[in-house]
Structure formats: structure tokens, C-alpha cells
Design a protein around this ligand. Structure first.
Ligand code: FPP
Length: 256
């Protein structure tokens, strides 16, 4: 039985986020330049997006380029930018055909002007699609996002439109780039590193974490389905006791 067949379709995570790691190591092991790893990572992006759409996942967020990645050698940054924006442009008709809505989070103003323009054009072209939302984290870091949210809230307080006493969890969430999305239910990180790396720190508060040794360029649909299957074997308690996690009918409430 495949993992895809083993998944309980009635208890799917609404939002899966992925830290796509290991492109460089995958390339190095084969004696290639790092960019070849990134190029092969595109196949995994395609496979994972298809896999998510096929079973009806609502949100898939991919960490494609972090704020820290700007510090890599210029040659790699330029090649990555070209690959990212080139792939997005090339894949936009397929996204439209499959009713996938493309969204982006991060400091997009930091992208090279041409890249930002092309990206915004692709976002616009898919904005009315109602199937999977594919969220690309580009020039993204969680501390950047939270700092920007704090600044925005301070401005509102200063302008008199926000009362500090009224600031709640929801107020903070509504000032983040992810304001209209559910928090991730499942985070996958490939390539064996056991870190969050400045990704969705606020949003991951109760997310199930799944780490795999597989390098991102080797990640395929069955790897994705295995992660979902293993997520479904866990009990999510959200800070409560196991016994509290039943409905009035005695049915389990976890993984809803
Ligand atoms: C991490 O591997 C990966 C990245 C920084 C870039 C991810 C980009 C892609 C997969 C390209 C295509 C993406 C889209 C959305 C079209 P690493 O370089 O940190 O690997 P290492 O840790 O082995 O060095």
C-alpha cells in the first residue's frame, strides 16, 4: 500500500509548510555546481505542488529564499533569483490550468526590480484561482516579518486607530504577511537539519514538525505523502490533556 493510499482524506492538514534544504549538498555529492542542486530542486517543487493539489491540501508554503540568503556569494544569489522568477513565469500557465493560486510572503521590495515586477505579474494572473494556494516565501524571514508587524502596530497606536489594551494574538496575526492563511499544521524540513531557521516563528506555535534525511532534489510525491501519513499518527494537544481532546460524542478531536 502506498502512503498516498494510507492517508485519511478526511483529516488532511489544511496548511503544509516546507523548508526545502539540501540542494547544495545534493549537488556536491555528485560533483556538480550548487546551482545544479537548485535546478533539480525545481522538479521537487513541481512534484510537491502536484501532490498537494491531488489530495486537496488548501495551503502549501515553500521557503524559497530567506533574508539570510542575500548574504550568499553574488553568483549564487543571481542564479537563484533567475531560476526562481524564470520558473515561476514558466509555470504560471500550468498553475492557472490547475486552478492554483500563487501567493508570496516576504520583503519583495528587496528583489531586483525586474524580478519583483515579473513576480507581481504572475501573482495577479492567478489571483482568482480557488484551488491550492501555493505560497512562496521569498526574501522572507520571520524576524523581519514580526518586526514589520510591530512597526505597523506602533504606527496605528500613534495615529490613534489602535488601542494598546486591545492588542491580542489575533491583532498580531492580522499584521503578519500570512494574515489570511491558517497557521501551518505540518512543517517538513528536508536534508536532516533540525532547525526552524527563522521561518514562520509565530505561526508554527502548535505545528507538528517532521524532519527527513532526504535532500530536497530527491523529494518526491511519496515523500510528501509519507510526511502527511506520519502527521496523522500524532495526537495534537494544543497545550491540553489527552483526555480533553474528545468531542461530546466521544470522538477524537485531534487533527481536525
Ligand atoms: C536550500 O538548499 C535551498 C534554497 C536556498 C533554494 C530553494 C530553491 C529552489 C528549490 C529553486 C526552485 C524554487 C521555486 C519555488 C521555483 P541549500 O543551498 O541551503 O543546500 P545546502 O544546505 O545543502 O547547502
Amino acid at each position: 500500500m502506498t502512503y498516498k493510499e494510507k492517508i485519511d482524506k478526511s483529516r488532511l492538514p489544511a496548511h503544509v509548510a516546507i523548508i526545502m534544504d539540501g540542494n547544495g549538498r545534493w549537488a556536491k555529492q555528485r560533483g556538480y555546481d550548487r546551482i545544479v542542486g537548485h535546478q533539480n530542486g525545481v522538479t521537487s517543487v513541481r512534484e510537491t505542488t502536484e501532490a498537494a493539489a491531488e489530495i486537496g491540501i488548501k495551503y502549501l508554503t515553500l521557503y524559497a529564499f530567506s533574508t539570510e540568503n542575500w548574504g550568499r556569494p553574488k553568483q549564487e544569489v543571481d542564479a537563484l533569483m533567475e531560476l526562481l522568477v524564470g520558473t515561476i513565469e514558466k509555470e504560471t500557465p500550468t498553475l492557472n490550468k490547475n486552478n492554483v493560486r500563487l501567493l508570496a510572503i516576504g520583503d519583495l521590495a528587496r528583489l531586483p526590480e525586474g524580478a519583483e515586477k515579473k513576480l507581481r505579474n504572475c501573482l495577479k494572473q492567478t489571483e482568482n484561482n480557488t484551488g491550492l494556494s501555493l505560497v512562496l516565501a521569498l526574501s522572507y524571514s520571520s524576524r523581519w516579518e514580526i518586526t514589520a508587524a510591530v512597526k505597523a502596530m506602533c504606527q496605528e497606536v500613534k495615529a490613534g486607530s489602535l488601542n494598546p489594551d486591545d492588542i491580542s494574538d489575533e491583532t498580531v496575526s492580522s499584521h503578519l504577511n500570512t494574515c489570511n492563511m491558517p497557521d501551518p499544521d505540518l512543517l517538513i524540513r528536508t536534508s536532516g537539519e533540525l532547525r526552524i531557521s527563522n521561518f514562520l516563528l509565530w505561526q508554527l506555535a502548535y505545528t507538528e514538525l517532521y524532519f527527513t534525511e532526504t535532500h530536497w532534489p530527491d523529494f518526491r510525491k511519496e515523500n510528501f505523502y509519507q510526511a502527511i501519513y506520519e502527521y496523522q499518527q500524532r495526537e495534537r494537544r494544543f497545550g491540553k490533556q489527552s483526555e480533553q481532546l474528545t468531542t461530546e460524542n466521544g470522538e477524537p478531536k485531534n487533527n481536525l
